[in-house]
Write a protein that binds this ligand. Structure first.
Ligand code: ZN
Length: 409
């Protein structure tokens, strides 16, 4: 849709007329369906559905009010005040360092790589004798958060699991068993540059912050950022179609696979110049595929209260789908009887390519995506309850992978 931006747009919030920030004028133009300069609530909602920021499929649990409120901070280019209750990158890095200092025998903080802006992608390796024993002989499990910058809540469950494992080690036989016999990697912030940008500059930011430079056709572009969860690719050429499905050519956006993976560098779901082009993607693949012992991964995202399992690139069932479904349902019951998530194949939400899930599953790694919360940045009062319930699902997953390993071959 092309419409020429006016010089101003406004919307009404709680009876008060608010102005759209000058930097958001062209976006406002595409929201303003009737071109009257005023963004009505239903126009904004329709835009969010169109751009997939407000899933409204049957059975989903979302908080529309809240999503609209969060989006309006973006339109005004204001910081979401909830940010004060969410940890910064530095806070998360310090928390992991503190856990390492407090439990030196059980935990080691490791940098998986550096981002474009020079931040370390921190992981905490949790395993008995973390810094002195060869823990690689144990079953490896990776728990990640925040591939997508604005999904602030997704940072929390991996952190919560780290705390529960380490703080419970001395008193809980269950926690001790996990730490003694598995090697658990917690990576709460896969996309620290994007996270900080969404905290300080634009709460609606999704991608990382590396300038694209050139698109897949070699055309220069001023676009910034790649959707990290469309940038995953297998080093094995036999899996090339998981990154770029057949018929989707690099030099065209009209043949893009589905509508949730794009070759357009300015798109929120831009898959990157080349397969696994981004430092964050490379850091995660280095851990997950190269280390050799990783059998299970949970990737936390926001939002919509769903337990998603592979495949995303096809609606065909993945091999071992029964197990994916059965374990997914057990994880769901651990989240809570009262507020169950929806358990389903990822492609049922929408088709995707270049996702962590599909690439890892093709390499024998059992995995899920958990879509947590009812908006990207839930009220701070919900951080505790959501983290606790989702951490329980993570424990079910850890036990399952410890008992039964990765994808059966
Ligand atoms: Zn996400």
């Amino acid at each position: 849709m092309t419409s020429i931006p006016r010089s101003s747009y406004s919307f009404t919030e709680q009876g008060r007329v608010q102005s759209v920030h000058p930097d958001r004028l062209s976006e406002a133009a595409s929201i303003d369906a009737n071109q009257d300069g005023a963004l009505q609530e239903d126009e904004i909602a329709a835009y969010l559905e169109r751009t997939d920021s407000m899933h409204d499929h049957e059975g989903h649990t979302i908080d529309k009010e809240r999503v609209l409120t969060e989006f309006k901070f973006h339109l005004r280019k204001e910081v979401n005040p909830e940010v004060a209750g969410y940890p910064s990158y530095e806070d998360v890095a310090a928390d992991l360092a503190r856990l390492e200092r407090t439990y030196p025998y059980l935990a080691e903080r490791v940098s998986l790589g550096k981002t474009h802006e020079g931040r370390d992608i921190w992981a905490l390796k949790i395993s008995k004798g973390a810094r002195c024993e060869d823990t690689k002989s144990r079953t490896g499990i990776v728990l990640t958060g925040c591939h997508h910058a604005r999904e602030w809540m997704s940072v929390q469950p991996p952190l919560k699991v780290a705390h529960e494992l380490l703080e419970g080690y001395a008193t809980s036989p269950e926690m001790k068993r996990r730490v003694d016999n598995a090697e658990i990697w917690v990576v709460p912030l896969v996309n620290p540059d994007g996270y900080e940008y969404s905290r300080n500059e634009d709460n609606w930011w999704r991608k990382n912050r590396q300038p694209v430079g050139q698109d897949a056709c070699g055309e220069a572009t001023d676009a910034i950022g790649t959707d990290l969860n469309r940038n995953y690719a297998s080093p094995d050429p036999q899996h090339a179609a998981l990154y770029r499905p057949e018929g989707d050519t690099p030099c065209s956006t009209s043949d893009d696979f589905g509508w949730a993976t794009s070759d357009y560098p300015h798109s929120d779901t831009f898959r990157g110049r080349t397969p696994a082009s981004e430092p964050e993607t490379q850091a995660m693949l280095g851990l997950e595929l190269n280390r050799g012992n990783i059998k299970g991964v949970i990737d936390h995202h926001g939002y919509g209260e769903m337990v998603l399992y592979p495949w995303g690139h096809t609606d065909q069932p993945a091999p071992g789908q029964e197990r994916l479904n059965e374990v997914g349902n057990r994880m769901n019951r651990a989240i809570g009887e009262n507020e169950p998530f929806r358990v389903m194949q990822s492609s049922d939400l929408y088709p995707t390519s270049g996702t962590s899930d599909d690439i890892l599953y093709a390499h024998g790694i059992f995995n899920y995506t958990l879509e947590i919360g009812r908006s990207f940045q839930p009220p701070v009062s919900q951080i505790g309850p959501i983290s606790e319930s989702v951490a329980r699902a993570n424990m079910v997953f850890i036990d399952e992978v410890m008992a039964n390993g990765g994808v059966a071959r």
